[in-house]
Ligand binder design. Sequence first.
Ligand SMILES: CC(C)(COP(=O)(O)OP(=O)(O)OC[C@H]1O[C@@H](n2cnc3c(N)ncnc32)[C@H](O)[C@@H]1OP(=O)(O)O)[C@@H](O)C(=O)NCCC(=O)NCCS
Length: 167
Amino acid sequence: MIDVSLFSDRYSVRQTTSDDIGEIFDLCRKNELYYKYCSPFVTKQSVADGMKALPPKKKACDKYYLGYFDGDKLIAVMDFIMAYPDEKTAFIGFFMTDVSVQGKGVGSGIISDLCSYLKTCGLTGVRLGWVKGNPQAENFWRKNGFTETGITYNTDNYTVVVAQREL
Ligand SMILES: CC(C)(COP(=O)(O)OP(=O)(O)OC[C@H]1O[C@@H](n2cnc3c(N)ncnc32)[C@H](O)[C@@H]1OP(=O)(O)O)[C@@H](O)C(=O)NCCC(=O)NCCS
């Protein structure tokens, strides 16, 4: 069993609810570059949909749509799936920091704390995908130790490159 409050040494982490949709939307809509590669642009409805979306064969009990808070301020959002695609692997479906904190190591710190905690839980890897051609996402994940698995898949609007970090 994981405890999301232990995901970060620096920030308060909790499951978000429908009450947080407005604040999450505000964080997302400022990240314009991301939506250039991963269209369509965010809406409050797409945030609500993202809170419920699950990979194939996964159940809601393994899904955590998390807010990272510095005091009251939402500084990052993460869609986290336990045990996907296998029991020993966690999956990050989405990760975004507020533009006001970017470029200061906040995102890397969050991923580093997360990987340390998941290792203590016995997980052996973290998997995710970046949109092919998005330099911000690709550079960020590479800098944080993720490497391509060789798997890619196409959606209607873009190609996803699947990457993994071993813990
Ligand atoms: C990617 C993201 C999470 C990084 O958050 P952050 O708090 O700025 O993270 P850090 O300060 O720890 O890392 C910054 C690194 O991101 C990468 N990066 C950030 N902006 C970039 C850009 N415009 N072009 C290329 N690389 C970029 C670089 O590797 C940079 O490291 P560097 O400063 O040593 O070059 C943030 O920019 C973001 O939320 N972007 C939009 C959403 C997104 O792309 N999420 C990832 C895919 S799900």
